[in-house]
Design a protein around this ligand. Structure first.
Ligand code: ZN
Length: 292
């Protein structure tokens, strides 16, 4: 490609363009810009595509809970998991780099500019973090595509971003055991992951004739998804739900929460919901130009 003031620039394709081969008046590349990421420069193309109105999705519905032990729990009892974003070797290297960064920061005298070695350490840390984030985004794309293809309606918790790292936090009485391990990089990624997952799901579902319904989250983990009652002690442990109201329902605690979210999404759609404040997120397919 040709860049102003630089000239011809060679680049490598990292993903296909939605325009494909049928370039015409409605489907075309309308612009490009260079973006600097921690691990190098990227070319971001702006494209315009014509998206036909999809037929209504006829698949089953699902609720999704951000699990305690597993990233995503589905109301059908399945889970979506992933490996840690960094291999043990990479994680170890990141830890060493972060130690080195602290050491060099401390030894830096007042008024001294950042040394070349410290600057290099910053770069290496940023590169590893960028790699972890890219893997997280790849995984989210894969999972959200699959969910949008299979399910006609996906119910998700509508939570503020700040509430998002519930897995590591635990409660006051029962603080999460993994707080320290999960601090840092994992937390940073998890913190932005849920919002991105929902955003990806919304446009992918819309493209396939499905919907994403955001439902308020209170009591989804405490309510029995079989009989609908909230009974003290039903949430036996972080991982296990066993209804104490006498209905006999037992399940993984995250699966139970996901089933409640599915039910709440159904009530929200049919307008019988008693949850209030529900936002349905059916969106028009993106017919306007959008960045990729
Ligand atoms: Zn029950």
């Amino acid at each position: 490609m040709w860049a102003p003031k630089i000239g011809h620039v060679l680049f490598r394709w990292t993903m296909g363009l939605p325009v494909g081969k049928r370039v015409d008046e409605l489907n075309k590349v309308t612009g490009a810009r260079l973006v600097k990421e921690a691990d190098g420069w990227y070319v971001v193309f702006r494209v315009q595509t014509e998206v036909p109105e999809p037929a209504e999705h006829t698949g089953p519905t699902v609720g999704i809970d951000r699990g305690i032990a597993k990233p995503l729990a589905l109301s059908d009892g399945s889970f979506r998991e992933h490996e840690p974003w960094l291999t043990p070797g990479e994680a170890e290297r990141l830890r060493r780099l972060e130690k080195a960064r602290e050491r060099r920061r401390r030894s830096r005298k007042k008024g001294e500019t950042t040394s070349r070695r410290l600057a290099r350490t910053y770069d290496q840390i940023a590169q590893l973090r960028a790699r972890a984030k890219r893997r997280a985004v790849d995984w989210q794309h894969k999972v959200t595509t699959e969910l949008a293809e299979v399910f006609s309606r996906v119910g998700v918790e509508d939570l503020a971003i700040t509430n998002m790292v519930k897995s590591a936090r635990g409660t006051v009485g029962n603080p999460g055991r993994n707080v320290r391990q999960k601090a840092g990089l994992n937390r940073a990624i998890a913190g932005e992951a849920w919002g991105r997952t929902v955003t990806l799901l919304e446009y992918k579902a819309a493209q396939r004739g499905g919907t994403v319904v955001r439902v308020p989250a209170p009591n989804t983990s405490r309510r029995c998804s079989a009989c609908g009652l909230i009974t003290p002690g039903s949430r036996e442990t972080q991982a296990r739900f066993a209804c104490k109201a006498g209905c006999g329902y037992e399940a993984n605690a995250d699966t139970n929460a996901a089933r409640n979210i599915d039910h709440a999404a159904g009530s929200a759609v049919s307008g019988r919901g008693d949850l209030g404040g529900t936002r349905s997120a059916k969106r028009q397919p993106p017919t306007k130009p959008h960045a990729v």
